[in-house]
Design a protein around this ligand. Structure first.
Ligand SMILES: Nc1ncnc2c1ncn2[C@@H]1O[C@H](COP(=O)(O)OP(=O)(O)O)[C@@H](O)[C@H]1O
Ligand SMILES: [Mg+2]
Length: 233
């Protein structure tokens, strides 16, 4: 047992997820137990098809599970929460970053970052301040009116990160956030994520299959055959 300085932010208990493909049952997550403490930066590793995205999507409440518990500090079990509570969870607790950015091409950077605020109760004035703060935080002050086709790939991922942090969530999930970037741009994005973790105290769970990214995290979780193995430096 490891000793925690703080209570775990996420306690995953016996989490199981199966898909049925062509009539065959595929067990992607097989009774997984995993703790992630507040402020940790955890890398989730595994071969393509090992279930990394599935696990991240369950934690982000984008996907459901078959059984088990996902206990989030200050919130409770997301797997048994009502839809109303889950939209609160998506809005306030968790931010999600994707490999392909998932930006709206016809929206400006400003409008893309605004999207999560459309579902909340933030005033127009507050929304504006938050959007500007988030864009500044990712190094895009002055680019508010640029649209994704007018931005580099690294800048697009910065817009996506700004969108993920605009509600200042304590938890950030990143699914291969550097997978589409050249090595130099990838390093810059990693430095931003590390800074969000170390300077802003955001708990970060990041998926990668790029072993050169492992140096950034103290803790690695490997997913294989539906089970996890935890390694700490
Ligand atoms: N909606 C789905 N329906 C059926 N099978 C799926 C679905 N989503 C993922 N899978 C399967 O689950 C396994 C894990 O997928 P995924 O979590 O995307 O893996 P990874 O992100 O590690 O590459 C794969 O075999 C994939 O084909
Ligand atoms: Mg994936």
């Amino acid at each position: 047992m490891r000793a925690y300085l703080v209570e775990p932010m996420i306690q995953i208990r016996s989490l199981t997820k199966t898909f049925t493909k062509n009539g065959e049952k595929l067990v992607v997550l097989d009774h997984i137990d995993l703790d992630i403490a507040t402020g940790e930066f955890v890398m989730l590793l595994g071969e393509s098809g090992s279930g990394k995205t599935t696990l991240l999507n369950i934690l982000g409440s984008i996907d459901t599970a078959d059984s088990g518990e996902v206990l989030i500090e200050g919130f409770g079990d997301i797997l048994s929460a009502s839809d109303k509570r889950l939209s609160e969870y998506r809005n306030r607790v968790v931010g999600h970053i994707f490999q392909t950015f998932n930006l709206k091409k016809i929206y400006t950077a400003y409008a893309n970052v605004k999207v999560p605020l459309l579902f909340g109760t933030v005033s127009v004035r507050d929304a504006h301040d938050r959007i500007m703060r988030a864009l500044e935080r990712v190094g895009l002050a002055g680019r508010e009116q640029f649209r994704p086709p007018e931005l580099s790939e690294g800048q697009c991922q910065r817009v996506a990160i700004a969108r993920a942090i605009v509600n200042e969530p304590p938890l950030l999930l990143a699914d291969e956030p550097t997978g589409n970037l050249d090595p130099k741009t990838a390093r810059r994005i990693m430095e931003l994520l590390v800074s969000l973790n170390q300077d802003d105290g955001v708990t970060l769970l990041m998926v990668t299959h790029d072993v050169s990214m492992l140096e950034y995290a103290k803790k690695t979780v490997s997913l294989e055959g539906g089970r996890v193995t935890v390694r700490e430096k």
